[in-house]
Write a protein that binds this ligand. Structure first.
Ligand code: COA
Length: 170
């Protein structure tokens, strides 16, 4: 059985993440989406919220499982007997960080390999921070995150409904 882990913070999950999840799920028999619980960033959404949002938006994908993890990614991979990590590359700026991370993981766990998928061009600019910044000011985030997630992000900033108010303003 071919298994892989797609790890990340997913704070919140974006359409770019979902694109990688959908494409990865076709490459393996079982895909674990690993939601990081010990990020240095202070997350907007709790780990349970992030896990539940991912479960909702991947409910149509039978071979995708959403789990949280803390500690080292390679330990999480070993625990679930997974030898493949999947990461998305949006632009060349991601490359240096991703290469260092994959090489470190390979030294720590030589049996675990990292595969990079190029992010679809239409999401190459996207990040969870951009989504949060747009939502904070009541901007339209419906092109950035799955429909089910839009209001959950606005609710965090109490900005739901402000989009129409903002239209027509400078
Ligand atoms: N579409 C849209 N956005 C994407 C994306 C895509 N396909 N791929 C990455 N991003 C964005 C994310 O939204 C995120 O944006 P933000 O910084 O604004 O929040 C950013 O790129 C990077 O996020 P993510 O892919 O979630 O990675 P991360 O840096 O938060 O976490 C881990 C990376 C979880 C893989 C890594 O930190 C890890 O393994 N941690 C465990 C500890 C460990 O083992 N450390 C040793 C590794 S060297």
């Amino acid at each position: 059985m071919k298994k892989a882990i797609y790890p990340g913070s997913f704070d919140p999950v974006t359409l770019g993440h979902l694109d990688i999840i959908r494409r990865s799920s076709k490459l393996v028999d079982h895909l674990i989406v690993g939601v990081l619980n010990n990020s240095g960033k202070s997350p907007l959404f709790s780990v349970d919220e992030r896990v539940n949002m991912l479960k909702e938006v991947t409910s149509d994908l039978d071979n995708v499982e959403i789990l949280s993890f803390s500690g080292l990614l390679v330990d999480f991979a070993r625990k679930h007997e997974v030898q493949t990590i999947i990461r998305g590359l949006r632009a060349v700026t991601d490359f240096e960080y991703e290469l260092a991370m994959s090489q470190t993981n390979r030294v720590a766990a030589p049996e675990v390999d990292t595969i990079f998928l190029n992010t679809s061009l239409k999401y190459a600019y996207l990040s969870s921070s951009i989504v949060k910044e747009m939502a904070m000011y009541g901007g339209d985030i419906s092109k950035f995150v799955p429909k089910l997630i839009v209001d959950k992000v606005y609710d965090k900033y109490n900005t739901a409904g402000e989009i129409s108010t903002l239209k027509g303003e400078d």
